[in-house]
Design a protein around this ligand. Structure first.
Ligand SMILES: NC(=O)c1ccc[n+]([C@@H]2O[C@H](COP(=O)([O-])OP(=O)(O)OC[C@H]3O[C@@H](n4cnc5c(N)ncnc54)[C@H](O)[C@@H]3O)[C@@H](O)[C@H]2O)c1
Length: 355
């Protein structure tokens, strides 16, 4: 079975994807600085995959390190080669992802997201590993008025985070054109939410959350008194913003399908939306969360946030056609799984440290 390097594997999407890849039989090497995650996430992934300490070392090797550190990265490629099991492909999740923070600290975002990716690509080239899946984002489309959004939509990001993702996609395109041996897939995620149905892994941002689902579950749990809904005057049926939410387990399956395709096919450069193709407004999410989890979410409508857009919905047809992949989980599944994770881990992975 191919051996795959996962950068940022302890994070929200990385940990769920690792669970899916281990189940599918892939052997994995992970590098994570844990700047926005916990080592416990990977321990719990091993538990989910029923790996004990003895057989784990073969299937899942974990290194604490920064993708910008050349020597740390190089060791991973050298060690894998020495073990006689070189790295065949990379899934590159490691990066910083807060739009708000990226406006405040653009240099940090360019350094980690763009320079970090360049360090990784240089090392892949040196060790002749030329198959890559990159975590891109729907944020690169900017303020699009026509939905659903297909991959041919103009790239026009409106914040530093989106600029870094667009810049990396350009680098990947240039690289793929420079050498036909590169096989690169860039996955543009829409709005990943939910958690593993076991309740053992989920989203656990180390700072204060500013995405809808973590905010809703903070209110449901009583940690926050009221949900602030940004804007009640958007041009949508109920006047609140509409987004394409995708369950993180569907997203993990999307990575598995993309990896299988990357390994089997000779596609030089491929860009795919990963979304459900269905839009839900903020108030629809609030209502569904209340209904499916039997909680109450008091909310107030406040002013719009700068940089928000009215509607973002993916056209997921290309991924369906090429990968044979499509989302399966409903908004109800997303709410129930988010709530299970929140209830069983009120302080995220920190809950376990306190026991
Ligand atoms: N979650 C989303 O809403 C979303 C949407 C679109 C795209 N993405 C992208 O998907 C990827 C994964 O997102 P996520 O939600 O799992 O984020 P996350 O923050 O949970 O995971 C990112 C992981 O990368 C690690 N990391 C950060 N900088 C690093 C560095 N320099 N070296 C090594 N490790 C580093 C973090 O510790 C973390 O474990 C990111 O690149 C993100 O930009 C996320």
């Amino acid at each position: 079975m191919p051996r795959v390097l996962i950068t940022g594997g302890a994070g929200f999407i990385g940990s769920h994807t690792i669970a899916a890849l281990l189940e599918a039989g892939y052997d994995l090497v992970v590098i994570d600085s844990f700047v926005n995650s916990s080592e416990l996430a990977l321990q719990r992934v091993m538990e989910i995959a029923s790996l004990d300490a003895k057989n784990t070392s073969n299937r899942l090797e974990v290194t604490r390190g920064d993708i910008r550190e050349k020597s740390t990265l190089e060791k991973l490629f050298i060690n894998a080669k020495r073990q006689g099991r070189p790295l065949d492909a990379v899934i590159h999740f490691a990066g910083l992802k807060s739009v708000r923070e990226s406006v405040q600290y653009p240099l940090n975002y360019w350094d980690v997201n763009v320079n970090g990716t360049c360090c990784l690509l240089a090392m892949m080239q040196k060790y002749n590993c030329r198959s890559l899946i990159f975590s891109s984002s729907a944020t690169i489309y900017g303020d699009v008025s026509a939905v659903p959004i297909s991959e041919s939509e103009l790239i026009s990001p409106i914040n530093p985070y989106g600029n870094t993702k667009a810049a990396v996609e350009q680098i990947l395109l240039d690289l793929s054109r420079s050498d036909a041996d590169w096989k690169i897939t860039s996955l543009r995620y829409f709005n990943p939410v939910g958690a593993h149905p076991s309740g053992r892994i989920g989203e656990c941002p180390l700072g204060s959350p500013n995405n809808l689902f973590p905010l809703v579950s903070d209110v449901a749990s009583g940690r926050k008194k009221i949900l602030r809904v940004y804007g009640g005057d958007w041009p949508t049926p109920d006047k609140t913003c509409i987004r394409d939410y995708i369950h993180v387990m569907d997203l993990a399956e999307g990575h598995l399908a993309a990896l299988n395709h990357l390994i089997a096919e000779r596609t030089n450069f491929l860009v795919l939306n990963l979304g459900s193709g269905i839009g839900h407004s903020v108030l629809e999410v609030v209502n569904e969360f209340e209904k499916s989890t039997k909680t109450e979410i008091p909310y107030e409508i406040v002013d719009r946030r700068i940089g928000d857009t009215a509607i973002t919905v993916a056209d997921p047809q290309k991924a369906k056609k090429i990968l044979g992949w499509e989302t399966k989980k409903s908004l109800g599944n997303m709410c129930i799984d988010t709530w299970r994770w929140q209830k069983e881990n009120p302080n995220g992975y920190a809950s376990e440290h306190r026991q």
